[in-house]
Design a binder for this molecule. Structure first.
Ligand code: AR6
Length: 174
């Protein structure tokens, strides 16, 4: 399973599955979530609403993942996951790692060969970028045995120079 850095706007990324840094409501928000719903169109939100009415009445807990259509995005699926909100005094690293693990499991279950990730939790949720990138890269690397039979490539999509530098450093440290 190849790990690649593909900087830019994840809504324009060509991957079978694009991961959304959502919130528990699944009903949209700012950051990457807002961009995915804007560019992907109303089909994504409609499916999120159906999920809330059926399997997820309480919403999606942090660290878990669920797939919907990708609407008008180049991708085939959007995998929504909810990162933890950064807290100085509580270590939520395992919840953040779980976002990557669970998203990759969902992707493999769908048969996605390429999966694109934003820097989950590293925007509005306040996680320091360097640490967020390290957790992202290390966790996906560790999943190769489990999902690598299906997922050929994981694309990390840093947005901006600071994020890109953090992901390049994390990959170099593997
Ligand atoms: N493509 C790639 N990365 C992006 C894009 C984009 N189009 N837009 C922003 N980023 P965030 P979070 C980067 O805030 O911290 C929403 O309101 C951004 O620069 O999108 O997990 C949700 O509904 C940052 O590096 O996600 C939740 O309420 C990274 O994506 C909350 O924000 C993640 O930033 C989730 O916060």
């Amino acid at each position: 399973m190849q790990l690649t850095i593909a900087p830019g706007d994840i809504t324009a990324t060509h991957a079978d599955a694009v991961v959304n840094a959502a919130n528990s409501t699944l009903l949209g928000g700012g950051g990457v979530d807002g961009a995915i719903h804007r560019r992907g169109g109303p089909e994504i939100l409609a499916e999120c609403r159906r999920l809330r009415e059926t399997d997820l009445p309480e919403g999606l807990p942090a660290g878990q993942a669920v797939a919907t259509t990708a609407g008008r995005l180049p991708a085939r699926w959007v995998i929504h996951t909810v990162g933890p909100v950064w807290a100085k005094t509580i270590d939520k690293s395992d919840t953040l790692a779980s976002c990557y693990r669970e998203s990759l499991k969902v992707a493999a279950g769908l048969g996605a060969r390429t999966v694109a990730f934003p820097a989950i939790s590293a925007g509005i949720y306040g996680w320091p970028m360097e640490d967020a990138a390290r957790i992202a890269v290390e966790t996906c690397h560790a999943m190769a045995d489990e999902v690598g039979g299906t997922v050929d490539e994981v694309l990390f999509v840093p947005y901006g120079d600071t994020a890109e530098a953090a992901f390049r450093a994390a990959l170099a440290h593997l």
